[in-house]
Design a protein around this ligand. Structure first.
Ligand SMILES: NC(=O)c1ccc[n+]([C@@H]2O[C@H](COP(=O)([O-])OP(=O)(O)OC[C@H]3O[C@@H](n4cnc5c(N)ncnc54)[C@H](OP(=O)(O)O)[C@@H]3O)[C@@H](O)[C@H]2O)c1
Length: 291
């Protein structure tokens, strides 16, 4: 079996590349290998690769910048996803597309189910929602969407790595405590996407680590684990602050916990692991990489 992963240099694609085995070839394509905004070049590349499935791990992920770079966000998160769906439908190739908790508005007090209405609060969420709608219209019978939240890995830029850096540099930190979600280790998300591709899963599904946290809870755990693994050498005070004390160009959902039941029920091997245990594993990997 051959799987093409688009978005080679991103956090998720990096973890997906590790699923390459004697039985399953994983071909990761980046910007220099394929222009996802150009349908013809996309089609040519996929014909050459002849995959059984494609996983789209590419996206415009700069949430705040998207408010001013709207055209770029829509081009990559919506138009290119439509192109990819049309090409995969033409070639009868199964497509797994990754989306976001930011398609929701955050007013729920219980985890979001996959079929709940779209209510994006900013350009990033709106562009991802449009990409989902295009994909569903074009090839819902041969594709699936996996929404996720708060993704981090030892590769690339993310909240965990930013916190570890700031905790080493600053005398104290204020971190938002009134936005609640579920962190997601890219390694577990990669396993969910890989499983969906191999089993040709259809429909909309959710994946994150188990448990919930505020950004403040997440930061406190990062410091505790960083200290215990000695990649931080001193504890600094971390203060809970509210969203209104940390204004950002893009509005974010206050509550974006995702209900993961559909994938977990269908694939018990995708066992959910609590975010703190996953964080521990990721920080261990960061430590190993820096030794
Ligand atoms: N990160 C999160 O917290 C989060 C949360 C919820 C959902 N998600 C979703 O999860 C998926 C994976 O996210 P991630 O964190 O792995 O993203 P990431 O690290 O930002 O990687 C995205 C990748 O997309 C590539 N890309 C962007 N535009 C492209 C283009 N025109 N052609 C080819 N490649 C292009 C980027 O390439 P360059 O490196 O060359 O720029 C980058 O490698 C995305 O669909 C994202 O929306 C992420």
């Amino acid at each position: 079996m051959k799987i093409v992963v688009i978005g080679k240099n991103g956090q998720l694609a990096w973890e997906l590349a590790k699923f390459k085995s004697d039985e399953i070839d994983i071909i990761c394509l980046g910007r220099t290998d394929v222009e996802i905004t150009d349908k013809e070049s996309l089609k040519e590349t996929l014909i050459q690769c002849a995959p059984h499935a494609v996983i789209n791990a590419s996206a415009y992920t700069a949430v705040d910048l998207a408010e001013t770079e709207q055209d770029a966000a829509y081009l990559i998160n919506a138009t290119a996803v439509g192109n990819l769906a049309e090409v995969c439908a033409d070639l009868s190739v199964h497509l797994v597309h990754v989306s976001t908790d930011f398609v929701f508005g955050g007013k729920n007090g219980v985890p979001y189910l996959p079929n709940e209405p779209y209510e994006p609060l900013g350009v990033y969420g709106e562009s991802k929602a449009q990409g989902e709608k295009l994909m569903t219209q074009i090839m819902s019978d041969q594709s699936c969407i996996i929404r996720t939240s708060w993704v981090y890995s030892s590769h690339g830029n993310n909240f965990v790595k930013t916190m570890l850096r700031l905790m080493a540099e600053k005398p104290e930190l204020g971190v938002i405590s009134d936005q609640i979600g579920s962190p997601t280790y890219a390694k577990g998300l990669a396993k969910a996407c890989f499983t969906a591709a191999v089993n040709k899963v259809t429909g909309i599904h959710h994946w994150s680590d188990a448990g919930v946290a505020s950004w403040y809870d997440f930061a406190v755990a990062i410091q505790e684990i960083g200290l215990s693994k000695k990649i931080l050498d001193k504890a600094i005070p971390i203060k809970p602050i509210s969203t209104k004390d940390y204004p950002t160009p893009a509005k974010r959902p206050n509550y974006s916990v995702l209900d993961k039941t559909s994938l977990v029920d269908a694939f018990p091997e995708l066992s959910l692991v609590h975010w703190r245990a996953q964080l521990n594993e990721m920080i261990e990997e960061v430590k190993t990489n820096t030794l």
